[in-house]
Design a protein around this ligand. Structure first.
Ligand code: MEV
Length: 334
């Protein structure tokens, strides 16, 4: 039996990094997905084939015992660590272990800051549960996915794994193991343009970099995070009354604070400025930063903003928002 599952990518609208320190974030899924095809094996091996990950250009570095595969979109190997950890933790949780053949494909660039690692982890957990005929609640699946991220990355909030599980639009906040999650019904049209530039650092590196700054200047960085938290709360109110002008302004303030904690870079800042000059109401990086994606809110100006970003060297990703959470795509009884 083969099971095919999928989970969506995401963009963080407000609150990345601050969410790791207990502040709220607003996040939405996108209509681009990661697909996992899984089959149980008779032995205990885990065989992973990662094809069609949208990875133009491959660089192989052989350094002593280490093999590093890099692509135009970042590193491929981390996606594989998430799959392996997802299988191990799920097997442990349900108390059953069977080897698997897994094939993973993606219709968005992997490692670009669109939550693909979380989507890979959640789609893998879901496929494995289906194959083992085990049922867990969505909350349990999201928690298992969060453990996968924490074990692979070191520090992680439950944001990416929650949105990959539930999809839609989420307000999320956590302290320790207590997660507050509100699934939001949003009627505001949010025409977002996503621009992508090469990523210099992984999410884990960026989260560590912020931690170093936090430990050095706790009073200052804590205040920046609590201001980001207030921006997120204000953005929620603006969303509820469909005030896109205010949302754009809040995105711009959030971007300034992300720059202050050192997660923007010159390429991302350039995209932010060209997007605003081309008519976006607001623009900010989304995700961990250090390269990756910028989102621009551009009602009536999406085409102009996308062209401006491409002229500045970005790839643009064409997608709508609010995609469904993890789901079974197909079960093939063969
Ligand atoms: C990464 O998509 C978002 C960060 O806030 C890290 C996290 O929430 O785990 C930077």
């Amino acid at each position: 039996m083969h099971v095919i599952t999928s989970a969506p990518g995401k963009v963080t609208l407000f609150g990345e990094h601050a969410v790791v320190y207990g502040e709220p974030a607003l996040v939405t899924s996108i209509d681009k997905r990661v697909y996992v095809r899984l089959r149980l094996r008779d032995d205990k091996a885990i065989k992973i084939s990662a094809q069609d990950l949208h990875i133009p250009g491959l660089i192989v570095t052989l350094r002593e015992e280490e093999v590093i595969l890099e692509t135009d979109y970042g590193k491929v190997i981390p996606a594989i660590s998430y799959i392996k950890k997802a299988i191990e933790l799920t097997a442990d949780y349900v108390g059953k272990f069977r080897g698997v053949d897994i094939e993973v494909t993606s219709d968005m660039p992997v490692g670009a800051g669109l939550g693909t690692s979380a989507a890979v982890a959640i789609a893998t957990i879901y496929a494995y549960l289906q194959a083992l005929k085990e049922e867990l609640s969505k909350e349990e699946i999201a928690r298992l996915g969060w453990r996968v991220e924490k074990e692979v990355q070191g520090m992680a909030s439950p944001m990416d794994t929650s949105i990959a599980t539930f999809g839609g639009f989420l307000y999320i906040k956590y302290r320790g193991s207590e997660v507050t999650l509100r699934r939001l019904k949003i009627n505001t049209q949010l025409p977002l343009v996503i621009g992508y530039v090469e990523r210099e650092f992984k999410t884990a590196d960026m989260v560590k970099k912020v931690k170093v700054l936090y430990d050095k200047y706790p009073g200052i960085v804590k205040d920046i995070f609590s201001t980001i938290g207030r921006i997120t709360e204000e953005a929620l109110r603006a969303l509820e009354v469909s005030d896109v002008i205010r949302l754009g302004e809040l995105m711009n303030i959030n971007q300034g604070l992300l720059d202050a904690i050192g997660v923007s870079n010159s390429k991302l800042s350039t995209l932010v400025y060209v997007a605003r000059a081309a008519g976006a109401l607001g623009a900010k990086l989304t995700g961990a930063g250090g390269g990756g994606c910028v989102i621009a809110l551009a009602p009536g100006r999406s085409r102009e903003v996308a062209v401006a970003m491409r002229l500045a060297g970005a790839r643009t990703i064409d997608t709508s928002i609010g995609g469904e959470g993890v789901r079974v795509e197909k079960v093939i009884n063969a």
